[in-house]
Design a protein. Structure first.
Length: 322
């Protein structure tokens, strides 16, 4: 099936070959979207119970069990997705992304804002600029990963509904050796998108202590042992006061996800997490998010351009149609 491609959303000015390397482009947004820098507003709709009951591989079962028991599971791309050709495509894309992101890293001693330490490919910065065209073809390797049955079988089983894909991105976390204080998502917080937010993080660099690994409090999503502490949706702040947090949650109840390139984390980030406090080494990763269709979160920073969809399952198409 082939679907007509929409007219370009990016201004021709932004795509001129002479564009300064490392500069951002401004996608064309409608007036409702312009106010919040989103590309589109997601249509909030009813959730549909997940009735597939897929036969899970041992790796998928391990991840589903981890999500249910702790709100987090760690595996590898090889074990869960296991598509070597896709990995090579992703890696090649990521290499060219890193080369561009390195040029965009700010020359600052310390980060003040999230966009100082996190260079994102398709999510706009505070001025609404994006690095790359956020109209992403449905046969892009990133979409084939994020909307794969390998992931959706697990995520939809965990959520019990057919989920939607939002927040697809490539990240380059900038190291700041002199940064003594954490800012924004480097601090413990819950994510606001949904009462359960499943995020995938796939490392494309070896992430050790110096590269700002992702950290999590197992059992802190709704229903877990820490679920009622600064409970999701009941607090004004998504970031609890750091000192109180330190006092309430012992170090032994937190995990730090260092791991080699190819490490894949699936996590309910409605639970407490933080990351990206890189001091000596950059961190390179792919991230995307799954939410229930009835989540109030209406921000979409990308748009799927449908093409070559024959290989996509029904749950994949459902996840992509936002
Ligand atoms: O950079 C990190 O590891 C944390 C990111 C985060 O808070 C999020 O994706 O919701
Ligand atoms: Fe977060």
């Amino acid at each position: 099936m082939s679907v007509a491609v929409r007219p370009p959303l990016i201004t021709s000015e932004a795509l001129r070959p002479g564009r300064r390397p490392g500069s951002r482009i401004s996608p064309v947004r409608d007036s409702a979207a312009r106010k919040t820098n989103v590309l589109r507003r997601r249509v909030v709709g009813p959730a549909e119970p997940y009735d597939l009951q897929p036969n899970l591989s041992p790796a998928q079962r391990h991840v589903l069990d981890g999500l249910r028991a702790h709100g987090i599971a760690v595996t590898t791309f090889d074990d869960l997705v296991g598509d070597g050709a896709l990995w090579l495509e992703l890696e090649a894309e990521m290499r060219s992304w890193v080369a561009r992101a390195e040029k965009l890293a700010p020359k600052l001693a310390k980060p003040k804002h999230k966009s100082d330490y996190l260079i994102r490919r398709w999510t706009p910065d505070s001025d609404g600029g994006v690095v790359d065209d956020p109209r992403i073809p449905s046969d892009s390797p990133w979409v084939r990963l994020a909307a794969s049955d390998a992931l959706l079988d697990v995520v939809n089983s965990y959520r019990g509904v057919y989920t939607k894909l939002v927040g697809l991105d490539n990240w380059y976390t900038v190291p700041f050796p002199e940064s003594e204080e954490r800012v924004a998502s480097q601090l413990w917080h819950r994510d606001p998108e949904d009462v359960h937010v499943v995020k995938c993080f796939l490392y494309f660099s070896d992430v050790d202590e110096d590269a700002g690994p992702f950290e999590y409090v197992p059992g802190s999503a709704n229903g877990g042992r820490y679920g009622e502490l600064w409970q999701w949706g009941t607090e004004k702040r998504w970031y609890p006061p750091p000192e109180e947090f330190e006092a309430r949650i012992p170090m032994s109840d937190r995990v730090r996800l260092t791991g080699p390139k190819g490490t894949l984390i699936l996590c309910d980030t409605a639970g407490f997490h933080r990351g990206g406090y890189a001091r000596a080494k950059p961190r390179v990763l792919e991230s995307h998010t799954y939410i229930s269709p009835d989540a109030k979160h209406d921000k979409l920073y990308h748009e799927i351009v449908w093409r070559n969809v024959d290989g996509l399952s029904w749950q994949s198409r459902y996840a992509l149609a936002c």
